[in-house]
Design a protein around this ligand. Structure first.
Ligand code: HEC
Length: 147
């Protein structure tokens, strides 16, 4: 590849990442709205709060999983606007889930969040177990059945 083409490729990657999320904003919204339960680095609390590291990337590979992530009560009922929730989720997927996130992942948009975050899931455990089983059928065993 010619240097000019390499530069153009970098610019494209940078542009697409820049569009996906605003990092400063995401960190702030994470700290104020999610971190209190999920802990600073997203490892969660054993037996109580699931980790959000390298699991969301697997969930979003399934259509129902993509919906699950935005409609669990902590996300669905948060004070975040649709655009803010999309931003935090895209940041979580790009940072704490960079290895599990499918290469085909399309960032959440405010429109998608508005259309699907509500109603908040009432049967989280059952919905989650179905997704974990579906992942296992696809050969993915990285998401624990119990946290
Ligand atoms: C009050 C504590 C609390 C807050 C605040 C909270 N969550 Fe959660 N979250 C939980 C618990 C507990 C679960 C497990 C499912 C359930 O019981 O709702 C969970 C589950 C999840 C899951 C599903 C993960 C899995 O493996 O099942 C996602 C995604 C998630 N939360 C994202 C968020 C995001 C994003 C925010 C901030 C906007 C947030 N949560 C705020 C407590 C919280």
């Amino acid at each position: 590849m010619k240097p000019r083409a390499v530069l153009a490729a970098f610019a494209l990657v940078a542009a697409s990442q820049a569009q996906a999320y605003d990092e400063a904003r995401a960190r702030q919204d994470w700290v104020l709205n999610c971190m209190g339960c999920h802990t600073a680095d997203g490892s969660g609390i054993p037996g109580k709060v699931p980790a959000l590291r390298e699991s969301l990337g697997h969930f979003v590979s399934l259509p129902d999983g993509r919906r699950f992530v935005m409609s669990v009560p902590g996300a669905s009922n948060s004070a975040l606007s649709d655009a803010e929730l999309a931003n935090v989720l895209n940041w979580l997927l790009a940072t704490m889930n960079e290895h599990s996130r499918p290469t085909s992942f399309k960032p959440y948009t405010a429109e998608e969040i508005a259309a699907h975050r509500r109603p908040a899931l009432t049967d989280v455990a059952r919905t989650r177990m179905k997704l974990v089983k579906e992942l296992q059928e696809n050969g993915v065993n990285a998401v624990p059945e119990h946290y």
